[in-house]
Design a protein around this ligand. Structure first.
Ligand SMILES: C[S@@+](CC[C@H](N)C(=O)[O-])C[C@H]1O[C@@H](n2cnc3c(N)ncnc32)[C@H](O)[C@@H]1O
Length: 316
């Protein structure tokens, strides 16, 4: 997607998202170059257990992933970010045919593609800057000759950002992307005590707060919006019924955001919902996968049982 195209889509989203109730802006807009950099810093905060647990899981189980994937696979990764786990996975595979990272953040994609190209000169790296919530051009994923099988790799529990209905439809799409002989290897964060979850999305150093507020900075930088950034506070909430963390930007005083001449008024306490992170049990995720026409064949956990990876195939 071109830079101009991305700015236009941000503009449309912001105008629509601030007009609806509750006000919401899609979490994909948290990730520009600065957002990706802040996300990598979040991964290193003591409170954000997700990345460490996911890495520990990869540490223990990558040899088994590799056996299940087999030789000559085309690995397609969604939201590849810094690609740290990817590095580990690619290093373990037998003669992978190609690797396609699909990423919205041009800066994160360019950096990780560069690193992987230099670490694995023998692997064909095919970076694709795209928004995976929109249709992906199937030609961009097609190899000639075709790979032995496709593996759709989606670690980090980014699936948690989707509401349940969207997650079901997205998983079904990933199933079609993997194809009949393929599989999906996907990370899923597990339900755990609320205080641990809230801390993970509201670290003491304030990196998550900066990540969230970067969205308002994007409105200033990219849309020329009028916005008083310091009028908004970062807040993490847990919705018990939906088993999800929500990130909000909450007005601490009456303020307004003006975009393209349209004014959006905020009273003290009004919020913009910027991200959800749904937590699953193995049973609730398996049920979701089943609704998407997929079958879970294997589940792995990190040593502390905080995080899971699932091997999903089409339910024939
Ligand atoms: C939670 S981070 C996970 C990063 C990495 N996969 C990991 O496991 O640490 C989500 C990643 O997905 C990317 N992303 C978010 N929404 C996206 C979208 N709609 N299309 C493509 N990439 C997206 C972000 O830029 C970010 O790199």
């Amino acid at each position: 997607m071109s830079e101009a195209g991305q700015i236009e889509s941000l503009r449309e989203e912001v105008l629509a998202g601030l007009s609806r109730r509750p006000r919401a802006i899609h979490c994909k807009y948290l990730y520009d170059a600065r957002g990706s950099e802040l996300f990598e810093r979040i991964c290193r905060t003591p409170e954000y257990y997700v990345t460490r647990a996911d890495l520990a899981l990869h540490e223990s189980h990558t040899p088994e992933f590799s056996r299940m994937i087999g030789p000559q696979a085309h690995v397609i990764e969604l939201g590849s970010g810094a690609g740290i786990k990817t590095h580990r996975l690619l290093a373990s595979l037998e003669a992978p045919r190609a690797y396609t990272p699909i990423e919205i953040s041009a800066a994160a994609l360019a950096r990780s593609a560069r690193e992987l190209e230099s670490a694995f000169p023998e692997i064909e790296i095919r970076p694709l800057q795209a928004d995976y919530t929109r249709p992906i051009d199937s030609d961009a994923l097609t190899l000639d000759p075709p790979a032995r099988r496709r593996i759709v790799y989606f670690p980090g529990s980014t699936i948690s950002n989707f509401d349940h209905d969207e997650a079901r439809d997205f998983l079904a799409r990933l199933g079609r992307m993997a194809g009949a002989k393929g599989a999906i290897l996907i990370g899923v964060d597990l339900v755990k005590p609320v205080d641990r979850l809230l801390a993970a999305y509201d670290d003491a150093e304030g990196v998550t707060a900066a990540f969230n507020r970067n969205l308002l900075e994007r409105l200033l930088r990219e849309l020329g919006a009028e916005v008083e950034i310091d009028a908004f506070a970062h807040e993490a909430r847990y919705d018990e019924a939906l088993e999800r963390i929500e990130m909000h930007l909450v007005a601490r005083r009456p303020t307004r955001i003006v975009v393209d001449g349209e004014t959006f008024e905020f009273d003290n306490g009004d919020s913009i919902h910027t991200e959800s992170s749904h937590k699953y049990s193995v049973a609730s995720f398996n049920a979701l996968a089943e609704q998407a026409g997929l079958k879970s064949q294997k589940v792995w956990f990190d040593p502390d049982g905080l995080f899971s990876m699932h091997w999903l195939v089409a339910d024939a």
